[in-house]
Design a binder for this molecule. Structure first.
Ligand code: HEM
Length: 345
């Protein structure tokens, strides 16, 4: 079992992160005494989730951006993305960010959830082990996963979701072959604007596909699959032909369709655009993680989140205002090593 204890963010450290000035030092592990003291200063409602965080970051993500990490981001969307305002208005059983993917044995067997079986199996024991709900485990895993990929932003993270009421309704997750107007309408029915949708779709920065084209199974959706950057947007818009990169039909369509192309192209650019996207993504993901939940009944436990690795801290010194600034391999390795050491024994 994972044993290293990580210091939760103090309020001061949290505010510093939000201001974009997180440093490696702030992510250093500290001894148990310090951790206990820090935990005591924090909201006691959040304390049980520190152990959940450690299990996810250590045992499942192995301290970084691995295949379980990317699957956890997708899982958060597949759990929440079945929320429907029209079902809600009709008073029918609804989907939403409730963790039903971890509870119902059949949901994960649906074709649209292909590839999520492994992450579901890994997360499934955690609610009972830590006496928390499936919805909280699943969406904590989702926000931690974004942070675990270098460049991924800190997302406000809430706990206190009640136990699952019903299985997610079928047929509500978007299909990559569907036309843009239908996809946009489906997101609108979740309560998400086109701009929020285009920010969220950038999660494909850390994505691989296995089932859309079996011949290209394992291909990523941009050239830097382990880095949470905006390359996905520029490369998709240009439809670059890179080896081992597969462009989803829906992503290509979003980059070209009059309904979505302006909001899509908003995220093509240099380092400052990366910071804008990171912030808009964080807001949209937070909203996604709360679909179908009453936020007034939940507790903000962002304080237990680790500090992010900012892309500006790992790009080459000379990259300046370049589009898609290149990452400095030495800086990246140093950050990855430091992060791994915190979570792995
Ligand atoms: C129009 C909306 C979307 C469509 C049509 C779509 C479709 C897909 C498809 C077809 C795959 C590849 C599955 C496979 O073959 O293994 C995929 C992967 C992925 N998607 Fe999406 N997606 C959408 C939106 C989102 C959103 C909103 C998020 C998160 C916020 C997301 C996160 C991911 C991630 C992280 C992966 C990679 C999973 C892995 O590598 O294991 N997607 N998506």
């Amino acid at each position: 079992m994972y044993s290293t204890i990580i210091r939760p963010l103090t309020l001061a450290a949290f505010l510093t992160c939000v201001a974009g000035a997180a440093t490696t030092e702030k992510r250093q592990a500290v001894d148990t005494t310090d951790t206990t003291a820090a935990a005591a200063k924090s909201n006691p409602v959040c304390t049980p989730y520190i152990a959940v965080r450690d299990a996810i970051m250590g045992d499942i993500f192995e301290g970084g951006c691995n295949d379980n990490t990317r699957a956890a981001v997708r899982l958060a969307f597949h759990d929440a993305g079945t929320f429907s305002l029209s079902l809600e208005a009709a008073g029918k059983d609804n989907g939403g960010a409730d963790g039903s993917m971890l509870v119902d044995p059949n949901e994960v067997l649906r074709p649209e959830n292909n590839g999520l079986q492994n992450i579901v199996a890994l997360l499934k024991p955690l609610p009972e082990r830590f006496n928390v709900t499936a919805g909280d485990v699943l969406h904590l895993a989702g926000t931690l996963a974004v942070l675990a990929c270098p460049g991924g932003p800190l997302i406000n993270t809430f706990v206190g979701r009640p136990p699952v009421k019903n299985i997610n309704p079928d047929g509500l997750l978007p299909d990559t072959h569907d036309k843009v107007s239908n996809l946009v309408n489906r997101f609108a029915d979740m309560g998400l604007t086109v701009r929020e949708t285009m920010a969220l779709i950038g999660a494909h920065t850390c994505a691989k596909q296995r089932f859309v084209s079996l011949a290209d199974a394992g291909d990523s959706m941009d050239t830097t699959v382990d880095i949470w950057d905006i390359r996905f947007y520029g490369e998709t818009q240009r439809n670059d032909t890179d080896a081992d990169v597969f462009r989803l039909p829906s992503d290509l369509a979003f980059s070209q369709d009059p309904l979505t192309k302006n909001d899509f192209s908003r995220f093509v650019g240099s380092l400052s655009v990366q910071e804008n996207w990171a912030s808009e993504y964080a807001d949209a993901h937070e909203k996604m993680s709360l679909l179908g939940q009453n936020v007034d009944d939940l507790t903000d436990c962002t304080e237990i989140m680790p500090a992010p690795i900012h892309l500006k801290d790992i790009v080459t010194d000379s990259s300046g205002g370049a589009v898609d600034p290149p990452v400095d391999p030495a800086k990246l390795q140093a950050e990855l090593q430091s992060t791994r050491e915190q979570w792995l024994p």
